[in-house]
Design a protein around this ligand. Sequence first.
Ligand SMILES: [Zn+2]
Length: 192
Amino acid sequence: MYKRLLLIIIIIIIIIILTECAHSNSNFLQSYLADWSAKFSDVPDILPTKQPIWDRPGVLESKAKVEANLASAYHRASFLAASCQHSGDWLFALPIASCELKLDDEAVRVAVGLRLGLYLCIPHQCHCGSPVDACGLHSFVCRKAPGRTARHHALNDLVVRSFASDGIPVTKEPSGLFRTDGKRPDGLTLVP
Ligand SMILES: [Zn+2]
Protein backbone atom coordinates (compact mmCIF):
# COMPACT_ATOMS: atom_id res chain seq x y z
CA MET A 1 0.00 0.00 0.00
CA TYR A 2 2.81 2.37 0.99
CA LYS A 3 4.77 1.52 -2.19
CA ARG A 4 1.74 2.13 -4.41
CA LEU A 5 1.14 5.52 -2.77
CA LEU A 6 4.80 6.44 -3.25
CA LEU A 7 4.62 5.43 -6.92
CA ILE A 8 1.53 7.58 -7.49
CA ILE A 9 3.24 10.57 -5.83
CA ILE A 10 6.34 10.11 -8.02
CA ILE A 11 4.20 9.91 -11.18
CA ILE A 12 2.34 13.09 -10.20
CA ILE A 13 5.64 14.90 -9.60
CA ILE A 14 6.98 13.76 -12.98
CA ILE A 15 3.80 14.93 -14.74
CA ILE A 16 4.03 18.33 -13.00
CA ILE A 17 7.71 18.71 -13.96
CA LEU A 18 7.09 17.71 -17.60
CA THR A 19 4.07 19.99 -17.86
CA GLU A 20 6.05 22.92 -16.49
CA CYS A 21 8.92 22.15 -18.86
CA ALA A 22 6.58 22.15 -21.83
CA HIS A 23 5.27 25.61 -20.95
CA SER A 24 8.41 27.01 -19.50
CA ASN A 25 9.69 30.37 -20.64
CA SER A 26 13.21 29.68 -19.42
CA ASN A 27 16.02 31.17 -21.47
CA PHE A 28 17.54 27.76 -22.14
CA LEU A 29 14.31 26.32 -23.56
CA GLN A 30 13.58 29.39 -25.69
CA SER A 31 17.11 29.42 -27.02
CA TYR A 32 16.90 25.70 -27.85
CA LEU A 33 13.55 26.15 -29.62
CA ALA A 34 14.92 29.08 -31.63
CA ASP A 35 17.96 27.03 -32.71
CA TRP A 36 15.81 24.01 -33.60
CA SER A 37 13.37 26.18 -35.55
CA ALA A 38 16.17 27.92 -37.49
CA LYS A 39 17.71 24.60 -38.38
CA PHE A 40 14.67 22.50 -39.25
CA SER A 41 11.16 24.00 -39.28
CA ASP A 42 8.66 25.98 -37.26
CA VAL A 43 8.15 24.74 -33.73
CA PRO A 44 4.59 23.42 -33.29
CA ASP A 45 2.26 25.37 -30.99
CA ILE A 46 1.86 22.33 -28.75
CA LEU A 47 5.35 21.07 -28.00
CA PRO A 48 5.75 17.34 -28.70
CA THR A 49 6.51 15.33 -25.58
CA LYS A 50 8.26 12.46 -27.36
CA GLN A 51 12.02 12.79 -27.79
CA PRO A 52 12.21 11.04 -31.23
CA ILE A 53 10.07 13.81 -32.76
CA TRP A 54 12.78 16.33 -31.79
CA ASP A 55 15.65 14.04 -32.76
CA ARG A 56 14.37 12.85 -36.13
CA PRO A 57 15.18 15.95 -38.27
CA GLY A 58 18.76 15.95 -36.94
CA VAL A 59 19.15 12.22 -37.52
CA LEU A 60 17.87 12.54 -41.09
CA GLU A 61 20.25 15.45 -41.72
CA SER A 62 23.24 13.46 -40.43
CA LYS A 63 22.17 10.44 -42.48
CA ALA A 64 21.95 12.55 -45.65
CA LYS A 65 25.44 13.98 -44.95
CA VAL A 66 26.96 10.51 -44.55
CA GLU A 67 25.14 9.22 -47.64
CA ALA A 68 26.37 12.14 -49.74
CA ASN A 69 29.98 11.29 -48.86
CA LEU A 70 29.83 7.61 -49.77
CA ALA A 71 32.43 7.13 -52.47
CA SER A 72 31.62 3.75 -53.99
CA ALA A 73 28.62 1.59 -54.85
CA TYR A 74 29.88 -0.98 -52.30
CA HIS A 75 29.92 1.54 -49.46
CA ARG A 76 26.53 2.89 -50.51
CA ALA A 77 25.07 -0.63 -50.54
CA SER A 78 26.59 -1.33 -47.09
CA PHE A 79 25.15 1.88 -45.70
CA LEU A 80 21.67 1.24 -47.12
CA ALA A 81 21.71 -2.36 -45.89
CA ALA A 82 22.80 -1.28 -42.39
CA SER A 83 20.07 1.41 -42.37
CA CYS A 84 17.27 -1.08 -43.08
CA GLN A 85 14.83 -1.89 -40.33
CA HIS A 86 15.83 -5.00 -38.33
CA SER A 87 19.25 -5.20 -40.04
CA GLY A 88 20.89 -4.68 -36.65
CA ASP A 89 18.71 -7.11 -34.71
CA TRP A 90 21.54 -9.64 -34.55
CA LEU A 91 23.37 -7.23 -32.25
CA PHE A 92 20.69 -7.85 -29.61
CA ALA A 93 21.19 -11.62 -29.61
CA LEU A 94 22.34 -12.85 -26.21
CA PRO A 95 25.82 -14.43 -26.47
CA ILE A 96 24.72 -17.91 -25.34
CA ALA A 97 27.34 -20.47 -26.37
CA SER A 98 24.99 -23.49 -26.08
CA CYS A 99 22.68 -21.90 -28.69
CA GLU A 100 25.64 -21.10 -30.96
CA LEU A 101 25.01 -17.40 -30.46
CA LYS A 102 28.44 -16.58 -29.01
CA LEU A 103 30.82 -15.09 -31.57
CA ASP A 104 34.57 -14.96 -31.00
CA ASP A 105 36.47 -11.68 -31.37
CA GLU A 106 37.48 -12.36 -34.97
CA ALA A 107 33.91 -13.19 -36.01
CA VAL A 108 32.69 -9.93 -34.44
CA ARG A 109 35.46 -7.98 -36.20
CA VAL A 110 34.48 -9.40 -39.60
CA ALA A 111 30.72 -9.06 -38.98
CA VAL A 112 31.01 -5.42 -37.92
CA GLY A 113 33.44 -4.69 -40.77
CA LEU A 114 31.02 -6.15 -43.32
CA ARG A 115 28.13 -4.23 -41.79
CA LEU A 116 29.98 -0.92 -41.98
CA GLY A 117 31.70 -1.59 -45.31
CA LEU A 118 35.21 -1.43 -43.80
CA TYR A 119 38.38 -2.90 -45.21
CA LEU A 120 39.00 -6.26 -43.58
CA CYS A 121 42.20 -7.63 -45.09
CA ILE A 122 45.21 -6.85 -47.23
CA PRO A 123 44.48 -7.43 -50.95
CA HIS A 124 45.90 -10.79 -52.00
CA GLN A 125 45.38 -13.71 -54.34
CA CYS A 126 43.03 -16.47 -53.22
CA HIS A 127 44.21 -20.07 -53.49
CA CYS A 128 41.49 -20.53 -56.14
CA GLY A 129 43.40 -18.00 -58.26
CA SER A 130 40.98 -15.07 -57.97
CA PRO A 131 42.09 -11.69 -56.64
CA VAL A 132 40.75 -10.73 -53.19
CA ASP A 133 40.27 -7.02 -52.48
CA ALA A 134 40.46 -5.32 -49.08
CA CYS A 135 36.73 -5.82 -48.46
CA GLY A 136 37.22 -9.60 -48.58
CA LEU A 137 33.86 -10.30 -50.23
CA HIS A 138 35.37 -12.96 -52.49
CA SER A 139 35.21 -15.44 -49.60
CA PHE A 140 31.42 -15.47 -49.94
CA VAL A 141 31.56 -16.71 -53.52
CA CYS A 142 34.83 -18.66 -53.60
CA ARG A 143 34.19 -22.30 -54.46
CA LYS A 144 37.17 -23.34 -52.35
CA ALA A 145 36.25 -21.33 -49.25
CA PRO A 146 36.05 -23.68 -46.24
CA GLY A 147 33.07 -21.88 -44.71
CA ARG A 148 30.90 -22.17 -47.82
CA THR A 149 29.45 -25.59 -46.97
CA ALA A 150 29.03 -24.69 -43.29
CA ARG A 151 27.11 -21.53 -44.23
CA HIS A 152 24.93 -23.52 -46.63
CA HIS A 153 24.01 -26.06 -43.93
CA ALA A 154 23.48 -23.35 -41.30
CA LEU A 155 21.10 -21.47 -43.59
CA ASN A 156 19.29 -24.66 -44.58
CA ASP A 157 18.97 -25.55 -40.92
CA LEU A 158 17.51 -22.13 -40.14
CA VAL A 159 14.83 -22.54 -42.84
CA VAL A 160 13.98 -26.04 -41.60
CA ARG A 161 13.66 -24.86 -37.99
CA SER A 162 11.36 -22.02 -39.09
CA PHE A 163 9.01 -24.46 -40.82
CA ALA A 164 9.20 -26.96 -37.95
CA SER A 165 8.40 -24.28 -35.35
CA ASP A 166 5.15 -23.63 -37.23
CA GLY A 167 4.29 -27.35 -37.21
CA ILE A 168 4.92 -27.89 -40.94
CA PRO A 169 6.48 -31.29 -41.76
CA VAL A 170 9.83 -30.74 -43.45
CA THR A 171 12.76 -32.86 -44.62
CA LYS A 172 16.32 -31.67 -45.19
CA GLU A 173 18.29 -32.79 -48.25
CA PRO A 174 15.62 -35.27 -49.49
CA SER A 175 17.07 -38.05 -51.63
CA GLY A 176 15.74 -39.03 -55.07
CA LEU A 177 14.38 -35.58 -55.98
CA PHE A 178 15.76 -33.56 -58.89
CA ARG A 179 14.55 -30.42 -60.61
CA THR A 180 14.24 -30.19 -64.37
CA ASP A 181 17.58 -28.34 -64.47
CA GLY A 182 19.31 -31.20 -62.63
CA LYS A 183 19.72 -29.35 -59.31
CA ARG A 184 18.82 -31.13 -56.10
CA PRO A 185 16.48 -29.41 -53.57
CA ASP A 186 17.92 -28.61 -50.12
CA GLY A 187 14.62 -29.25 -48.41
CA LEU A 188 11.09 -30.54 -48.86
CA THR A 189 7.81 -29.51 -47.21
CA LEU A 190 4.27 -30.83 -47.53
CA VAL A 191 2.81 -27.31 -47.18
CA PRO A 192 2.30 -25.53 -49.52
ZN1 LIG B 1 38.78 -18.05 -54.05
